[in-house]
Ligand binder design. Structure first.
Ligand code: PMV
Length: 333
């Protein structure tokens, strides 16, 4: 029996309309549809080796700025559970060695789990030679528990469709990366691990009295975002991003128990952007499950925005991204 191996790269993605709330946690089925852009600079590289000599899965993580270390507890269990899903498809029981490396801070609202689980799923599927369409791969990636990872499979600008069924909850590309010279400049105000995981918070959304309001709003926003992407309309996209991020965080702040992801640095960036817009420099905020701010702007303005962000005392560093490709295999066999 031989070792079967593949290495994949998975991108983080930034949602313009957020996935917030899971209606079926076992299948990771969201309440609402969402839309995102893959990031070309925030990447996870994962190698999966199915080795008949192993008695148990082994997972090592090399997180940004840290030494390589074995995964234990919940991170290990989530990886092993996803490997089990792939093994079931391939009808084998061989255990695997997984090595994963991130080039950006983890668990800080930069979609590290989306990058990680898209890379893991693709590498495992490729190593075992499981034949899946892109849609099936996206469904399988969604089931990992990091739902937004399904949006890191297709390329460029991505729409996570959801009809509430397993097969009907998948992501597809609505435009390639070169469609729009957009940037996401991530302003890191705290690179530390966030207090409450999105996985935990997805289960609490329905406790917020504002959640039904959010679900109503999102219906229109998905349509408007598709139009804004098609027309490359930054003003329209920016307004949607900001409204949707605020709506998501209102739900988080009013859930039982509540979570406050924003800190003083988050607010400093928001106020900075509003000032700069009055001066004719157009950047718009969106914020995932953490304090760091993603600034959506035209690529031609990214350098100026990055410079101004870095001048804010609250900003520790920035990461400028363009639209990126989806998960891809870089080595196999
Ligand atoms: O896929 P998860 O469980 O990591 O949740 C992602 C949640 C947000 O990043 C806040 C929103 C989104 O759609 O990416």
């Amino acid at each position: 029996m031989t070792i079967r191996r593949a290495t994949a790269i998975g991108p983080a993605n930034i949602a313009f309309v957020k996935y917030w709330g899971v209606q079926d946690a076992a299948l990771t089925l969201p309440y609402n549809e969402s839309l995102s852009m893959n990031l070309d600079r925030c990447l996870t590289t994962t190698t999966v080796e199915f080795d008949p000599a192993l008695n148990a899965d082994e997972v090592t993580l090399k997180l940004h700025g840290q030494d390589e270390q074995p995964a234990t507890g919940r991170p290990f269990d989530r990886v092993a559970a996803q490997l089990d899903r792939v093994r079931a498809l391939a009808n084998i029981e061989t255990q695997a060695r997984v090595r994963s490396e991130n080039n950006f801070p983890s668990d800080a609202g930069i979609a590290s789990s989306a990058a990680a689980f898209s890379a893991l799923t693709l590498a495992a599927v490729a190593a075992l030679g499981v034949d899946l369409s892109e849609r099936e791969l996206s469904v399988l990636t969604r089931r990992s528990g990091s739902g937004s990872a399904c949006r890191s499979i297709p390329t460029g600008f991505v729409y996570w469709r959801n009809d509430g069924t397993d097969a009907g909850s998948y992501a597809e590309s609505v435009a390639p990366p070169e469609h729009w010279a957009l940037a996401d400049v991530v302003a890191v105000v705290d690179p530390g691990v966030k207090s409450v995981t999105s996985a935990d918070n997805h289960r609490l959304t329905a406790t917020s009295p504002y959640f039904p309001v959010r679900l109503q709003e999102v219906l229109g926003r998905v349509e408007q975002t598709l139009t804004a992407i098609r027309d490359r309309d930054l003003g329209q996209l920016g307004a949607i991003c900001e409204a949707d991020a605020v709506s998501m965080h209102v739900v988080s702040m009013t859930a039982i128990p509540p979570t406050f992801y924003w800190n003083a640095g988050t607010m400093a960036v928001i106020h900075g952007l509003r000032r700069w817009r009055n001066e004719g420099l157009f950047g718009y905020f969106t914020i995932d499950a953490g304090p760091n701010v993603h600034v959506i702007c035209a690529q031609q303005d990214a350098a100026e925005i990055e410079q101004r962000l870095r001048a804010l005392p609250e900003v520790q560093f920035t990461i400028a991204n363009g639209p990126g490709a989806g998960a891809r295999i870089v080595e196999q066999g």
